[in-house]
Design a protein around this ligand. Structure first.
Ligand SMILES: [Zn+2]
Length: 340
């Protein structure tokens, strides 16, 4: 017996980070979230070129299909390979057959020139018909002028902004800095240290595995009145796993709660990428009911259809050669790790 769902949506991903696995350890052990950013992620993203990004995104898209995820809401940062990066990501996902809603995350951490070039990349891609939001890394790595420029560009282009908010305590000023800028079509990721009573509009993106991994705390998204959707923050795109983690994290602070709120956060992804509702995943388990899924290990997709086309069947992608994608990813990972 099997059962089907629409294609799942990963509402916060970083396709650029797929080649991080196995990277050499940082020169010194990171002791807090700021040091994790400085010693792991900002060293990695500065070393990326477009070939690495393409290999990373194809691997991410392949792993998404293998998890029944047909839509990825991506946030890209490749400060030394900005121009054309969003097209590279879109091409990689289209090749595999996964939907992409991307963004280039601007940041002043590498100088003001990068902000201009990042904004231009968002504008170029969106004006050419690409599906994207305007990206901001986070308020704490941006000047007020950069935040206003990104918000203004998004308004002009008729799209939202995808930004990290209050992931660590270093971004505690974000609600004040973003006052008056946010709109309902913004995606605000993490919000671990965002006060329950805040003034930000937009959908909150909850990433339980990443928050645990970075030791930043529990966002407890049930406390917010904003819509909440689930992401992975770049650790794959397995949304069944994200749902299970979101559920047990919520249980850790409220043992009376059932899995329905966590499932509603997963379902919120369909409001961000409604097209994923046209996709169909046939699962190895029946029934695909939150109370079953929360306690049943090893559920996997048997077949994935995107807009009626079978893009995954019998454990394999149909459009691409999964082994070739993994081999290329290993090659590019070797180049990337050698630069760190
Ligand atoms: Zn993130």
């Amino acid at each position: 017996m099997t059962t089907t769902t629409p294609g799942l949506v990963c509402a916060h991903h970083h396709l650029y980070s797929e080649l991080a696995r196995g990277m050499p350890p940082p020169p010194k052990v990171a002791t807090d979230f700021q040091e994790i950013l400085e010693q792991v992620w900002w060293r990695l993203d500065r070393a990326l070129d477009l070939d690495m990004l393409y290999a990373s995104a194809r691997l991410g898209a392949l792993e998404a299909l293998e998890s029944g995820t047909t839509a990825i809401v991506d946030h890209n940062e490749s400060p030394n390979a900005i121009e054309g990066s969003l097209s590279v990501l879109a091409d990689a996902c289209a090749e595999v057959g996964v939907r992409l809603l991307t963004a280039y995350g601007i940041s002043d951490r590498n100088g003001p020139d990068q902000v201009k070039r990042g904004l231009a990349e968002n504008e170029r891609f969106i004006k050419a018909g690409g599906k994207a939001l305007v990206g901001i890394h986070a308020a704490f790595t941006c000047t007020d002028e950069s935040l206003e420029a990104a918000a203004g560009l998004a308004r002009d282009l008729g799209v939202g902004v995808h930004i990290h908010v209050c992931e660590g305590i270093g971004d505690i000023d974000a609600p004040k800095r973003l006052e008056g800028l946010t709109e309902d079509n913004w995606l605000i990721s993490h919000c671990v240290h965002l006060p329950t009573d805040h003034n930000l509009k937009g959908t909150i993106l909850h990433n339980p595995r990443s928050n645990l991994n970075n030791g930043v705390g529990y966002a407890n998204p049930a406390r917010f009145s904003n819509p909440v959707a689930l992401g992975t923050d770049g650790i794959g795109a397995n949304m069944i796993e994200s749902f299970r983690l979101a559920y047990v994290m919520q249980r850790s602070v409220d043992v009376t709660v059932g899995p329905d709120p966590a499932w509603s956060w997963l379902a919120e992804g369909w409001n961000i990428v409604p097209e994923a509702k046209n996709d169909e995943v046939t699962w190895s388990y029946d029934p695909m009911d939150p109370w079953h899924i929360a306690f049943t290990p090893g559920i996997y997709p048997l077949e994935v259809k995107v807009d009626g086309e079978v893009v995954f069947a019998d454990g394999k992608p149909t459009r691409v050669d999964g082994e070739e994608i993994r081999a290329k990813a290993r090659e590019q990972a070797k180049r990337l790790h050698a630069k760190l």
